[in-house]
Ligand binder design. Structure first.
Ligand SMILES: [Fe+2]
Ligand SMILES: [Fe+2]
Length: 146
């Protein structure tokens, strides 16, 4: 597989989840909505986790931009609460819409503020971080979180 740098890998996840939200909106029946709900929750859980374990600490160390990270971490906590609600209810259009709005805002911040700063910051090895993210992501997706 061609090697992706950290920002490209994370942004690919963002695009993927935006697609899943759009699919949810056009899903016709409860079975499709349930499957998409599971998939959205799982992908977002893995994504926020690899950011928190690998990307955010490296970004914090290299930039010292604590304010931006505190916002991002708060938004992850809010997303996790909505994900927990969805996992409990299986299908809930209202909560899904709330999650979509929260994630759209959060992705916007990463896309417009965090990622451009990461690209400009010397001392942040985005290729090496990309490798770490990729590896951790496959572990988590395979269901071996340890
Ligand atoms: Fe992200
Ligand atoms: Fe994030």
């Amino acid at each position: 597989m061609a090697q992706q740098d950290a920002v490209t890998l994370l942004e690919d996840d963002h695009i993927q989840v935006e697609r899943l939200f759009a699919q949810y909106k056009s899903a016709g029946d409860a079975t499709a909505k349930r499957m998409l709900t599971q998939r959205i929750c799982h992908e977002l859980s893995v994504h926020t986790r690899i950011e928190e374990e690998i990307f955010y600490p490296a970004f914090r160390q290299a930039t010292g931009n604590d304010a931006l990270l505190q916002d991002a971490e708060r938004e992850h906590r809010e997303a996790r609460e909505l994900i927990a609600k969805l996992e409990a209810k299986q299908v809930d259009d209202r909560v899904m819409l709330e999650l979509e709005g929260a994630i759209a805002h959060h992705i916007g911040d990463e896309r417009q503020k965090m990622f451009p700063q990461a690209r400009k910051t010397r001392g942040l090895d985005l290729l090496q971080l990309g490798q770490q993210l990729e590896q951790r992501k496959s572990e988590l997706l395979a269901g071996h979180p340890a």
